[in-house]
Design a protein around this ligand. Structure first.
Ligand SMILES: [Zn+2]
Length: 81
């Protein structure tokens, strides 16, 4: 079984599961992108949405990314920290 496949199963598959900090940060820019394109990011990445509810640190990152993406147009790329 491929590790990457497992990661995606983990991230995409189980509603109600918490993705955890590392996995959430891994897809946070995709999550924000989904939202900005008007899709339901919480449906695409339910485990990340759950995590953001429960983790203030990741939520802060998420909100920062979202702000940046909004002020830069719709492409949250090339963000330096
Ligand atoms: Zn977290």
């Amino acid at each position: 079984m491929s590790g990457l496949n497992q990661l995606f199963q983990h991230l995409l598959g189980r509603r109600g599961a918490d993705a955890g900090c590392d996995d959430s940060l891994e897809v946070l820019d995709l999550f924000v992108e989904e939202e900005l394109e008007g899709r339901r990011a919480a449906d695409t990445f339910p485990a990340v949405a759950v995590h953001l509810e429960s983790c203030p640190d990741c939520r802060e990152d998420y909100e920062g990314l979202r702000e940046l993406a909004r002020s830069n147009g719709s492409a949250p790329r090339g963000i330096s920290r």
